[in-house]
Design a protein around this ligand. Sequence first.
Ligand SMILES: *Cc1c(COP(=O)(O)O)cnc(C)c1O
Length: 379
Amino acid sequence: MNSIALRPPQRFLMGPGPGPVAPSVLEAQAAPTIGHLDPEFIELMDTLQGQLRQVFRTENAFTMAFSSPATAAMEACIVNVLEPGDRALICINGVFGMRLAEMARRCGAEVDTLSFDWGRAVDPEQVARHLHDHAPYKLVAWVQAETSTGALSDSRRLAELTREAGALSLVDAVTAIAGVPLEVDAWGLDMVYAGSQKCLSAPPGLAPLTVSARALEACRNRKTPVQSWFMDFSLLGGYWGGEQRRAYHHTAPVNALYGLHEALRLVLDEGLEARWARHQRIAGLLADGLEAMDINIVPPVAERLPPLTTLSIPDGVDDAALRRWLLDTHSLEIGAGLGALAGKAWRIGLMGHGCTEAAVQRVLGALEEGLKKTVGAAA
Ligand SMILES: *Cc1c(COP(=O)(O)O)cnc(C)c1O
């Protein structure tokens, strides 16, 4: 067994992530590994920081690719900013908001949550009322692009309300980055993390992260040290920049960062506005196709997230059996519903390199065929 090399199948990744990776990104990752303190690599880290600032639309000095899945960058933000007794407001409209709240509780913070229906955006009016009645908070957090439900929330407005209430903002931009408008500086977002594997179209395992000077100041003014050594921003900052530049902290995933560099190059080559517009246009084609098949899309039009479309499973269809059929016959992966939408919805991703008209035709054709054959139909 040990002598058999791995041969993963070629899939069409149209679920909630990872999305498909551009061939040039995979090629970039296959370049020779060099030392993480090699002058060439240090130059690459500088270049990456510049690329990430452009994609985040920020001047934040503290901007990096965290060596971790996005969930660990989420946790890093929480553990750096929150101390026992700090008050945090977490907006929950899906799985990832719940995860944020649980992490905040584990820091010993006093956590208030505001919940919204699954498939709906965070409602800024409710947030405004809540802040009016219950502020002050140290932190307000939300998920801009809820991949678990396909809802897009208004980070610009939520950031404004957060600032007015004197709190710091924490935004999950994992599926938002390079897929929908995201303006870290113009909107005044304080802590924003993302992931490599959604609309950036790099493999999973890296988390772009940016933190404002204001938020870093709040982290510096903690009374207690950050409980996590690895995630401590003051140490991480010394690896990616700052005064003790490139002080050894951990060994950066050298080849994964080659891939991210190429992925960001492709994003900036296309242009952010063009990329946002492409996601909007292609998702519109998918929505039209689904509606022509009488399939209902869960979020209302104004709250839909172009990179991820959540649709109701038609009556009488066996959820797991049809998804398995798509994978076996068409090598096509779509996502199951989660939480309140489990068994009731499917999630179709159109992310970055995978957001094309051809992908829309492929998934619509396969779904139509699958539903017609009544594969797995209960009746
Ligand atoms: C995918 C995703 C995450 C988690 O990313 P991992 O890399 O799996 O840790 C977090 N938030 C959102 C909105 C996501 O879509």
